[in-house]
Design a protein around this ligand. Structure first.
Ligand code: PLP
Length: 421
């Protein structure tokens, strides 16, 4: 079935009322039939609803539908993209372990890796997403995850997913790919060897800047990689916190199961049913929007490339871009999403033009139907030092645009007057 059809139907079976729209189950808890039923649910002898921190029927539809779009086996929705990233890593790595993380990731993911994970005893080792030789040298027995973005924010690089996953698979290491910017509409990391994907649903999934949420998706047959893999005893040995459950022995997708039963249970960064419902609405138009975002962004990038005051444009859909070949290989029809960045001479020139735009909103978000402009060096990447800024490709004159769904001639005209102001 085509993705557009799945986006409208997957994961939802109408109840007796025949409601066309997925109902919102705005409830904290669920009544058990009797004590035996309650016991069976807790023991996983029967599957069902216990408490909305663990699962919820509206969120179930969001999870199932998103897993289908991504081509995965199961998904788990979270309170934010950041918590999805944390869960994906914390499910594999513990104190004393390390993860390998691309420099070119979202600023929040970078600080989570370099500062917050460190407080939990997990070391982060960084690599340039285009240098897989250097990446492999960072691997040792304690490496549990290789984390990178398929289409990076804000440097707009396209990872060579197969080059990274081939190395990871040779060492039996899990790869976690943040597929937020590329989206399941344009890019399918599982078809290129990735194990887990994470998304900030706050971006293109909701599509209109309506809600914060995240989602973690597990590929099909991940069990085979985890079973008897000495790197991951937590999936192969009894879990003392869940009456001795051995995750690889349960006939359920192990990565999302363990995330739900331990991390979601104990840390509780869960999505609200209402936000899951908003994400379901967004998914209905996902494919249509991504097509339009990509086409608008390409035209805007072409305009910028021809402008004398613009030093450099980063957009993988441009033939001149160093990521063009990867975009053609990994993105559907080479369509490269709505994110682009460009560089002007100085920090002053960048801030002046950002202030002069009228249609573009100065907002630290991406993936909204409304166009957004940002200056990463003074906002999202402010906490990074000069070396970190350089490594993740954030120059002082860099301006990032999340190209929305306005009429393209209006977007070009507004940017032109702002650059020339
Ligand atoms: N991943 C990427 C690529 C992002 O751009 C962001 C936020 O901008 C996140 C993750 C974090 O998502 P959230 O803001 O939903 O926590």
């Amino acid at each position: 079935m085509n993705l557009q059809t799945k986006a409208l139907h997957a994961g939802y079976e109408k109840g007796a009322e025949g409601a066309m729209a997925v109902p919102i189950y705005q409830t904290t808890a669920y009544e058990f039939r009797d004590v035996e039923h309650a016991g069976n649910l807790f023991a996983l002898k029967e599957l069902g609803y216990i408490y909305t921190r663990l699962n919820n029927p509206t969120t179930d539809v969001f999870e199932k539908r998103f897993a289908e779009l991504e081509g995965g086996e199961a998904a788990i929705a979270t309170a934010s993209g950041m918590s999805a990233i944390f869960y994906a890593i914390a499910n594999a790595a513990e104190a004393g372990d390390n993860i390998i993380c691309a420099y070119q990731v979202y600023g929040g993911a970078l600080t989570q890796a370099s500062h917050t994970l460190k407080r939990f005893g997990i070391e982060a080792r960084f690599f340039d997403v285009h240098d897989t030789v250097a990446m492999e040298k960072l691997i040792d027995d304690k490496t549990k995850v290789i984390f990178f973005e398929s289409l990076t924010n804000p440097s707009i690089d396209v990872a060579d997913i197969e080059a990274i996953t081939t190395i990871a698979n040779r060492h039996g290491i899990l790869t976690v790919v943040d597929n937020t910017v590329a989206t399941p509409v344009l890019c399918k990391p599982f078809e290129h060897g990735a194990d887990i994907t994470v998304h900030s649903a706050s971006k293109y999934t909701t599509g209109q800047g309506l809600a914060i949420g995240g989602i973690l998706v597990e590929r099909k047959n991940l069990l085979e990689k985890l079973k008897a893999n000495p790197r991951y005893p937590q999936f192969n040995e009894p879990d003392a916190s869940y009456h001795g459950l051995v995750y690889v022995d349960v006939p359920l997708p192990p990565y999302t199961l363990r995330t739900r039963l331990s991390l979601l249970r104990d840390l509780g960064a869960v999505v609200s049913p209402f936000n899951s419902w908003l994400f379901i609405q967004g998914i209905e138009t996902f494919a249509l929007r991504m097509r339009e975002h990509s086409s608008n962004a390409l035209k805007l990038a072409q305009f910028l490339e021809a402008h004398p005051k613009v030093k450099k444009v980063n957009y993988p859909g441009l033939q001149s871009d160093s990521n063009y070949a990867n975009a053609q290989k990994y993105f559907k029809n080479g369509a490269s999403s709505g994110l682009l960045s460009f560089e002007v001479d100085t920090l002053e020139a960048a801030t002046k033009l950002v202030n002069a735009t009228e249609i573009y909103s100065l907002v630290v978000n991406i993936g909204d139907s409304k166009s957004i402009i940002t200056h990463p060096a003074s906002t999202t990447h402010q906490q990074l030092n000069a070396q970190e800024l350089e490594a993740c490709g954030v120059q002082p004159g860099l301006v990032r645009i999340s190209c929305g769904l306005e009429f393209i001639d209006d977007l070009i005209a507004d940017l032109k007057q702002a650059i020339e102001a």
